[in-house]
Design a protein around this ligand. Structure first.
Ligand SMILES: [Zn+2]
Length: 216
């Protein structure tokens, strides 16, 4: 990556951080964003800082292989949720961005064991495919990274119950769109449930949707 592209990517990470903060998806110092620099390294937002205030120079450069030393090329303290970002880059070479946020409606539905596999609105299939739901695990733990690793081959959008969500993509914008779609879906379902039962899309319509998705 040439220096101009690298600078733009760092700025884009910070812009996305501000967007998440404005939505209320990164309360306190929660939420984290990472972007791949090359085959061996990625940047991640630092620990203990409000995501909306992170500056490009504050991103931490991290080795994708955890065994490689030095792990960090600066004195930056990376997000404590680094393990689940790293496991994605380590195993999926086409992924260039990972976002984790504390999405209120998504978390609320997870507290009620909502089945995220249900197809209720077409957008969930068209943008998200199937949503992965990890078992609950301690935030920022290796156990959390293992939970993500067991779903990431099939899902690019993963709900972390009682905690938030993780999305990734070939570009930062794609990971962001997936995150936005998930939270919008959760908000819509939450609103609809106030009015009563919510029906799933009929199976025949789901099949048509999947065919439609394959085409595009
Ligand atoms: Zn978190």
């Amino acid at each position: 990556m040439n220096p101009t592209d690298a600078t733009e990517l760092k700025e884009a990470c910070c812009r996305v951080g501000r967007e998440l903060a404005e939505h209320g998806w990164a309360p306190g110092s929660s939420g984290n964003i990472s972007a791949r620099l090359n085959a061996e390294t990625f940047w991640i937002t630092p620990s203990g800082k409000a995501l909306g205030t992170v500056k490009p120079a504050e991103l931490c450069e991290i080795s994708i292989l955890p065994t490689r030393q030095p792990e960090q090329t600066s004195d930056c303290r990376p997000s404590s949720e680094l393990p689940m970002h790293r496991v994605v880059y380590e195993n999926l070479p086409d992924v260039h961005a990972v976002i984790h946020a504390h999405l209120p409606y998504t978390i609320a539905l997870s507290l009620h064991d909502f089945d995220f596999q249900r197809v209720i609105v077409p957008e969930s299939v068209l943008t998200l495919g199937t949503i992965g739901v990890a078992p609950y695990s301690l935030p920022a733990s290796e156990e959390n990274a293992v939970a993500v690793s067991q779903l990431m081959m099939k899902h690019h959008t993963i709900v972390l119950p009682r905690h938030g969500a993780l999305t990734f993509g070939e570009q930062l914008e794609q990971a962001l769109h997936r995150l936005e779609t998930l939270e919008s879906l959760a908000q819509t379902i939450h609103l609809a449930l106030q009015l009563g039962e919510v029906q799933d899309l009929p199976e025949a319509e789901c099949r048509r949707l999947w065919e439609h998705r394959q085409k595009f």
